[in-house]
Design a protein. Structure first.
Lengths: 413, 413
């Protein structure tokens, strides 16, 4: 009898985005002329930079002739891309990461789940609350939790609240945790981690022999030079942290698919008898056995993001989105709404006015302003009373959204 | 203390291809003028068909303007590709598979490992011997085996020998097994499964509530109309079988990356208390949580393989490689070597002459003929005394290889 992995049955249905879609569909059916502006999902909207398009065309054309055709590439990624990442993301910031510590993949979402394969099921996990749901769900799937309680939190996970009361600075766990997810610039709150804060976590990890999964998918949106863009800017981080990066949100690769994960060679886990075991060879084995590398034209496109033209064009994209974020922040403030994030991140996190629940504010915003956002409670219990708006939109839509919020929402309810 | 997944430490080092590379490097260093012909790895060599190149260019260009840019696509794949697969791979052969039973992925290797996520760790696994090593290693990684013995076989796995003695027809397991890997046309032996043989397995799976993982990565090489190209050509298979297919070996996608897995909705696993549980929603949840879909230009390229031009160009590729396979078969036979496979599959599996071990024949072939193949023992204990040659090469290299084998190897030892 083939048995299933019963941990999957603990998963709560992914109700957030389907529920949003259901409410939007209902609204549009009863208001067929409404011009709804969608600021919910964190998906980019601007086209790929020309330097990347050109590189992908050239790579596709290479595949059309025998002498330049490429079959299986290295599972870990082509050296031309790993070297470019080493030089541009790390050496340029005086961080000593080697090419063979960089593993190219088709997405940070995939990596954040797959990384769990090489760790024991007995590890205790800490996540921030609110949190990117994939961190939680992938741990449920492998059996590191019990069932979910009434507030949606799973038994056995350590949730670290971040909210206005603690200035979005998570407290260190009371006890010891083994694996810690940190995402900065943060999704969903749009807040950032200072160097001092990251140092606290790195020290905690050293003390407890913990490992930090540092998701830096939004690092390109950091403009403040005092804010680290890589956890490896913090001394001692290479011994305790894995960093996940992506081309999705900076270069516009959400539909093209390329990311990378850094596993420093000095990063150690432990066997149950306490012997240290480097994570690098385990992840390398996993990558080679369960993955076949990223599509060659995609890797060429990603590498082009580091060319002078590519960097310039990506800088323009970031400026474009961050102008939207600024407009959102200013417009919401002018409407009397308390806002966080949106300075070094493409998300604005707002406190719902009049203590509305996240879903009540969702309905209000949809009904009064025809704007779709994401209820904070969908990201975790501590997100209740908050709401996320995304800067990934056209300038026109962003300005129109602000106009509607100011003119319609400031008066109500 | 972050603990590692200690099952990884049971893995034997992937010695096969590194060891081949080591011996080839040594030979080339001492024979710098030797023209070595590599027929080892099963990687395609011909360029992508023009219809696919054109479709990929068009899709890349779509990504360059705001109105046609695409961000996140459906995790399961775009409808245009799922529908094309349904129509061309299944409906055309009178197989009733729906589009939403087809999950697009970046590779069959990835899928074959990832599929294990949704099954319990208590399942008993059967594999053929010799076998594609990924099936074994991914089960070791999740803890479904004990340690490896002296012959390389892992405790707890059920190995089903296939060799000339049983005409490459695996016997049904003595006891009950829960998950069964079948790969036809077979890698590495190049042999095929008749409809009757597959029916035996489907009946076995029904009787034992087992599930078959049917890897059909090489189905495009089947020319015999009596040989099934899909396990779903066998009645009752939809209740007990998952099918894995790939664009790698037919359309030349080993470097482009696209594959798909079919999970029929009526396929049931069971909870530990014996309640049936459909696999489809579990795999859908896994796909949505740990994967973000295949690159859009890649999916357009894959879809173009089903256009009239694409089909014609792929048929030419298959004919080209299968002509190589025929030349290899005939040449080896003329040299007095016993050969299998190579009729409905791009691999020729040969019995080493004079009872040489697989590795001794490897050295002989390299030293006498400057040809690199793959020792059968690298695929499992029952592959000892066999050897794999690949038809994925140029016509020129194939003819030269045959010439060398006939002129140099037929005389020795």
């Amino acid at each position: 009898m083939a048995t299933i992995n019963e941990h999957y049955l603990k998963l709560q249905s992914g109700y957030l985005f389907p529920e949003i879609a259901r409410r939007v569909t209902n609204y549009c059916q009863s208001h067929p002329d409404a011009k709804v502006i969608k600021m919910g999902i964190g998906d980019v909207t601007r086209p790929l930079p020309r330097a990347i398009i050109d590189a992908m065309h050239a790579a596709v054309e290479e595949m059309s002739t025998s002498h330049s055709f490429r079959g299986y590439g290295p599972e870990q990624g082509y050296p031309f891309l790993r070297d470019a990442i080493r030089d541009n993301c790390y050496r340029e910031r005086n961080i000593d990461i080697e090419s063979d510590e960089i593993f190219i993949s088709d997405g940070s979402k995939c990596d954040s789940g797959n990384l769990l394969d090489v760790f024991g099921t007995d590890n205790t996990i800490a996540v921030l609350d609110p949190v990117y749901p994939v961190y939680v769900d992938t741990n449920v799937m492998v059996g590191r939790t019990g069932d979910a309680g009434a507030n949606g939190q799973y038994e056995g996970l350590v949730y670290l609240p971040v909210n206005a009361e603690n200035n979005f600075q998570p407290a260190l766990p009371n006890g010891r945790v083994d694996l810690i997810y940190l995402c900065y610039p943060n999704n969903p709150t749009g807040t950032v981690a200072t160097r001092e804060m990251l140092k606290t976590w790195v020290d905690y990890a050293h003390k407890n022999q913990s490992i930090i999964f540092f998701d830096a998918a939004y690092e390109a949106f950091v403009s403040d030079p005092e804010i680290p863009r890589s956890i490896y800017e913090v001394e001692g981080a290479k011994e305790v942290a894995i960093e996940l990066r992506s081309f999705s949100k900076n270069a516009g690769f959400t539909g093209v698919r390329c990311a990378f994960t850094v596993i420093p060679k000095q990063l150690m886990g432990h066997t149950s008898d306490g012997s240290p075991q480097a994570i690098h060879p385990l992840w390398n084995r996993r990558h080679c056995t369960k993955f076949n590398g990223v599509s060659y034209p995609v890797q060429r496109g990603a590498a082009a993001s580091f060319s002078p033209e590519g960097r310039q064009q990506i800088a323009e994209l970031i400026t474009f989105y961050m102008n939207n974020a600024r407009l959102l922040r200013e417009g919401l403030k002018a409407a009397g709404i308390e806002v966080y994030g949106g300075v070094n991140a493409p998300y604005v996190w707002l406190k719902t006015p009049d203590d509305l629940s996240s879903w009540d504010f969702f309905d209000l915003l949809l009904n009064e302003s025809q704007i779709v956002g994401t209820p904070g409670s969908g990201f975790g219990a501590s997100g209740e009373g908050y709401f996320r708006l995304s800067a990934f939109n056209s300038l026109e839509n962003t300005e129109e959204a602000i106009h509607r919020i100011k003119s319609r929402l400031a008066d109500s309810p």
